[in-house]
Design a binder for this molecule. Structure first.
Ligand SMILES: Nc1nc2c(ncn2[C@@H]2O[C@H](COP(=O)(O)OP(=O)(O)OP(=O)(O)O)[C@@H](O)[C@H]2O)c(=O)[nH]1
Ligand SMILES: [Mg+2]
Ligand SMILES: [Zn+2]
Length: 285
């Protein structure tokens, strides 16, 4: 039997859906590959013989939340309201994208429900991030969003109810993924999407809809590397008086000075300080 190379597009316990180019097939994993749960995740490039995955190729990157491998881009979705923007969550996800060298794109969705998002756009565009604004209900801005996706594997991420599945459906002009309600009272989504699933827009162009979350923890980032992951701090870091300055309480700290002078957004600086302390105390984020 011939061996075929493919991409895992969905994992459902020990069943794997594999895209082999002109078709998708349901596969099992061979012997040893089965035992560790994290051994095969969505996005993995695998070698298949018949309907058995025999080999997993080395990953170019890997995210734990959402659980996906080999992505080129991360679209971090935030809603203008319902649920309202969680700035800590946004910054944590940006930090993870920076750490893993994956291109982040910020998508502000539900612009039909509120027009108070200009500050958010300005703050992040000033840093240098690309921001798109969308209304997935009426298809506004979706073409612009689509223009960033060509020939890339992109994962959508963000808390439950922000509209990741609605955006996915809009990009396909079809219901490929179920959408859920957002509770009016708690402003919380209902965790409708249960699996990380890659959808093929064209050969080489995939998007992943992923389960949302309400909390987000980050591992594997040390407090000494955190400042460089807030990319707008980088030009100032070298001007601090102390080498290895933590930018929290040191004298003559160029980063804090820049925040006080509003050359750096003060909210971002405040979140940096909070994350720094959390990492240092080894607390969960
Ligand atoms: N008015 C409005 N409603 C939207 C928009 N985008 C999504 N919705 C609605 O918001 C609700 C939640 O959207 P989903 O797409 O299910 O959210 P999700 O991010 O996939 O949520 P999880 O799967 O739980 O992580 C649904 O009722 C959508 O129809 C938008 O731009 N405007
Ligand atoms: Mg969803
Ligand atoms: Zn400093």
């Amino acid at each position: 039997m011939r061996k075929i190379k493919g991409t895992v597009v969905k994992v459902n316990s020990d069943l794997y859906k594999v895209d082999i180019g002109n078709d998708t097939i349901d596969c099992k994993a061979k012997g040893l590959l089965k035992f560790k749960k994290s051994n095969i995740i969505t996005g993995d490039v695998v070698e298949v013989k018949g309907d058995v995955i025999e080999k997993v190729y080395e990953r170019k990157n890997e995210f734990i939340r959402p659980s996906i491998a080999n992505i080129d881009q991360l679209v971090i979705v935030v809603a203008t309201t319902n649920p309202s923007p969680d700035m800590e969550l946004l910054d944590k996800q940006l930090i993870m994208a920076e750490k893993k060298n994956v291109m982040p794109l910020i998508c502000i969705n539900k612009i039909d429900l509120s027009n108070e998002y200009e500050e958010l756009v300005k703050t992040y565009e000033k840093i240098g991030y690309q921001v798109v604004t969308t209304d997935a209900k009426n298809g506004i801005g979706v073409e612009k969003l689509a223009s960033f996706l060509n020939n890339k594997i992109t994962a959508f991420t963000g808390n439950s109810g922000v509209g990741k599945s609605a955006l996915t459906n809009n990009l396909f002009n079809d219901t490929v993924s179920e959408e859920g309600e957002v509770s009016e009272k708690s402003e919380r989504g209902k965790h409708t999407t249960k699996f990380v699933e890659l959808y093929k827009i064209a050969p080489g162009t995939y998007i992943a809809d992923t389960p949302g979350f309400s909390t987000y923890e980050i591992q594997d980032i040390s407090c000494t590397e955190l400042d460089k992951l807030f990319i707008e701090f980088i030009p100032f870091i070298g001007n601090c008086e102390f080498r290895g300055c933590s930018h929290i309480k040191e004298r003559k700290c160029a980063v804090r000075q820049a925040a006080e002078d509003r050359k750096i957004d003060f909210g971002r600086y405040a979140r940096y300080c909070k994350f720094y302390e959390n990492i240092k105390e080894n607390k969960k984020w």
